[in-house]
Design a protein around this ligand. Structure first.
Ligand code: OAD
Length: 259
């Protein structure tokens, strides 16, 4: 896409936001890439050299909890060493503008949106900062402190696991319901830095675009995709901003600020 076309798309995205009452956002790993957090599908479906089913499934954890904790302790250490980037800050600025009419749904577990200042964040895939006991179910916020190689529960001594949604597991029901409600109510839906291949999160894009057909009233939202490249969901987007989100999102927000 030429620079001129990107300029035009940025203006159209700012125009859509200018007339919006409610905004919802779906983010994925790409929004954190410029902070130095690796994305998932950059190389052959491997996650930092591991097969997804080994480190991100209940079966993988049952087979080799030590390997899984080694992987997640590495991710926790990585996130402890990075900062939000201008893309995160732009989304925080958008929340300031739209206040309670802004909802950020994230597939990310790194907490960088909250660190940038977003408050209305729905973490549909859980958080790297929390542990959950496999015995008693107790959930604890551990921040990004270093954990034992195989951490155990302070209450019952059961083995802890990351409080993250793995393949084959359900999303947290209440958070997911809030995400669907926000997407059904928004006028503009930003889809930032996700390959849009993991369900049900990716289904929010189609819900935003086609909800008029699904619920038989109102109109679909204006869908803006922000990514390095088009994705399998691009056909559902009205506007595509193809470039690093840490560069394109601040330009959209600057146009809004200059109103
Ligand atoms: P992916 O790794 O699948 O996709 C990252 C997307 O970000 C790709 O489409 C890239 O083109 C894009 N991207 C990379 N750098 C970017 C940048 N600087 N600016 C904008 N876009 C950029 O990550 P997700 O879509 O988040 O689930 O993956 C979804 C889920 O798959 C994750 O939440 C994770 C994984 O299974 C769980 O851990 C439960």
């Amino acid at each position: 896409m030429s620079a001129e076309t990107l300029d035009h798309a940025i203006r159209r995205a700012a125009d859509a936001l200018r007339s919006a009452r409610r905004v919802a956002v779906l983010t994925g790993a790409g929004v954190s890439a410029e902070s130095g957090v690796p994305t998932f599908r950059a190389s052959d479906g491997l996650w930092e050299g591991h097969r997804i089913e080994d480190v991100a499934s209940p079966d993988g954890f049952r087979r080799d909890p030590k390997l899984v904790w080694h992987f997640y302790n590495g991710r926790r250490a990585n996130v402890a060493s990075v900062q939000p980037n201008p893309g995160h800050s732009a989304l925080a600025a958008l929340e300031s503008r739209f206040a309670s009419n802004f909802t950020l749904v994230t597939q990310n577990v790194d907490g960088l949106h909250q660190a940038a200042g977003n408050r209305n964040v729905l973490e549909v895939h859980g958080s790297l900062r929390r542990t959950r006991c496999t015995e008693c179910g107790a959930v604890r916020d551990r921040g990004l402190e270093a954990l034992a190689e195989m951490p155990t529960c302070a209450l019952c001594a059961g083995l802890l696991r990351p409080d993250i949604v793995w393949f084959g597991e359900m999303l947290p029901a209440r958070i997911w319901e809030e995400a669907v409600a926000a997407v059904e109510a928004c006028d503009v839906f930003l889809v930032v830095g996700t390959s849009a291949v993991v369900q049900p999160a990716a289904g929010l894009i189609h819900l935003a675009r086609h909800r008029a057909d699904w619920i038989g009233e109102g109109e679909g939202a204006t869908v803006v995709e922000v990514n390095l490249t088009p994705t399998v969901a691009s056909h559902a987007a009205h506007i595509g901003l193809y470039g690093p989100s840490g560069q394109t999102l601040p330009r959209v927000v600057d146009l809004l600020r200059n109103d």
